[in-house]
Design a protein around this ligand. Sequence first.
Ligand code: GRF
Length: 223
Amino acid sequence: MFDVVVLASGRGSNFAALIAAQHRGELPIRIRALLSDKRTAPALLLAENAGVEAVALAPREFADRASFDRTLFARAAEFAPDLIVLAGYMRVIDSAVIEAWRGKVINIHPSLLPKYPGLHTHARALEAGDAVHGASVHFVTAELDGGPVISQVELPVLAGDTPELLAERLLHLEHQLLVATVGVIARGRVTLRARAVQYDGHALVKPLRLEDIQQGASTLAGT
Ligand code: GRF
């Protein structure tokens, strides 16, 4: 079985989407644990209610970022995960720790990367006058929101959109994108080799689109 550990700092709706998809039998994965850097994160309760082990560690109880991250990832390693999913995990991870897990950690980010790494992505898309916004799932590297992009979903910006409205509409698509992307990774179709995302053994020339993953497309890869 393909074992997954999820890291979340807050609400946990992306985590909940993974749990729901797993329960529907859509994902060939076992969600082993939910780890959080916030003791009050609602995601922890979601985990407990779903019978998933919930672990919270407080960064302020550690000397520095590196020792917190080493401990957090050592806890994750106890579950022998094939994949670690950052789903609304709001801390930057120490570069030495993350590089040791290269190709095994993915993150969902609410923008069409490489546009708008970091925070306030919806407001920044609106300020820029973008006609299209979206979300990305990428492999995590030491560069903040800068690792190789696996998949994306697009969303039209509508007249009258606010950051809140945009965030809410996008969130539903994020859930689908994360579930679909974890699915192709768990089925062994997507891997990371050097800086290139491999899809069915070929380097991707552009990110997978949600629609293509859902249709099971097999003609997206090129070299
Ligand atoms: C999502 O928008 C995700 O893309 C971003 O943080 C938010 C987390 O939402 N990184 P949730 O905790 O999964 O509900």
